[in-house]
Design a protein around this ligand. Structure first.
Ligand code: NDP
Ligand code: KPL
Length: 307
């Protein structure tokens, strides 16, 4: 099976590297300094599950250099989604599947504007990481779950077999992905809103009585929005979220907080911003998410200088 990772960052770089390590035929679509470093020195992974250096990486910024594949794993930030989706053409053949592991609830719809609908499969991952410097991806540790739709799809079946041979990739395919995506959306919007606004890992937030009230408020607002949208959280969700958050090492913060720290654009419009927008639509007050959205909106396109 030929696989292309669209985006070789925290998620695409990490998962792709683990798949190569397991014997997979993986090419990376990357760009800029990260691509240059990958070509010169390889792709380096730092991970509590074991470091890895892939010296000879198949990587290009032109999907046509890679050509048609069986599977595209789509892992670019939501602000890059439309452009990256529009560039997928050369990777797509008759039976190609495109699995998006993006956060939020918008990725599938954006992809379907560019790729035939039945080829697009939703997914979510609780892996955590960031690009530390060009050519180097850090996996922060904690959860390793990757949940994807396409339960009976032969391409997903093959991906499953490859992940089973790989280190630290717990892939599970489900018949119904929407509830998985909404659960991740509610979980992550609270985690990203709190860790970004408070500039802290999740451990200290849960340990501080006032900070904890705020992250739980974000979670509860998300639950109300999801229920109004027709995607109520399943029984036991509140406890499951706390378990997930405490499964990360305490210093771990969201990908949005990592981007904020590095002065990069952030996904706030699709996370707390989307909660705020849906709250308005359904007549639900979301004071926590609205505050996160409005406060961080200033930095949505990248850092604003202090002076
Ligand atoms: N990081 C995490 O812990 C998690 C992230 N996610 C989600 O996964 C998605 C991907 O996030 P993440 O892996 O962190 O993102 P990263 O920013 O780490 O990596 C994305 C990479 O894709 C590159 N890229 C964007 N557009 C293109 C393009 N058209 N051609 C080639 N390369 C391109 C970016 O380049 P450049 O560097 O130049 O911008 C970047 O190197 C997001 O939706 C995120 O919310 C989900 C779970 C956890
Ligand atoms: C929190 C995490 C790592 C998984 O829940 C995530 O999705 C993110 O940081 O974007």
């Amino acid at each position: 099976m030929r696989i292309a990772m669209m985006g070789a960052g925290a998620i695409g770089g990490y998962i792709g590297a683990r798949l190569v390590e397991a014997g997979g035929d993986v090419s990376f679509v990357a760009r800029g300094a990260h691509l240059q470093a990958m070509r010169q020195n390889g792709l380096r992974i730092k991970s509590p599950a074991g470091d890895l250096l892939l010296r000879d990486v198949s990587a290009s910024d032109a999907p046509a250099d890679i050509g048609p594949v069986d599977l595209v794993i789509f892992a670019v930030k939501l602000y890059d989604c439309e452009k990256a989706a529009a560039a997928l053409g050369p990777l797509i053949a008759g039976n190609t599947r495109v699995v998006t592991l993006q956060n939020g609830i918008d990725g599938i719809e954006i992809l379907r504007r560019h790729v035939r609908g039945d080829k697009v499969i939703g997914g979510a991952t609780y892996l955590s990481g960031f690009i530390n410097k060009p050519g180097e991806v850090v996996h922060a540790g904690g959860l390793t779950d990757i949940l994807v739709g396409g339960h009976r799809d032969p391409v997903i079946h093959e991906l499953h077999a490859l992940c089973d041979r790989a280190i630290g990739l717990q892939l599970k395919s489900v018949a119904e992905i929407d509830s998985v995506l909404w659960e991740k959306f509610v979980t992550l919007a609270a985690f990203s809103g709190a860790t970004s606004l408070m500039r802290s890992g999740i451990g200290p937030i849960l340990g501080d009585p006032e900070a904890r009230i705020f992250v739980e408020q974000l979670r509860d607002e998300g639950m109300a929005v999801a229920a109004a949208a027709g995607h109520p959280m399943a029984e036991g969700f509140e406890d499951r979220v706390i378990k997930r958050w405490t499964a990360f090492p305490p210093h771990v913060k969201s990908s949005m907080a990592n981007d904020l720290e590095r002065g990069k654009p952030i996904e706030v419009v699709w996370l707390s911003g989307r909660m705020h927008e849906l709250g308005m639509k359904f007549g639900l007050a979301t004071p926590g998410h609205t505050a996160v959205f409005r406060a961080l909106h200033l930095h949505a396109a990248g850092a604003v200088p202090w002076r």
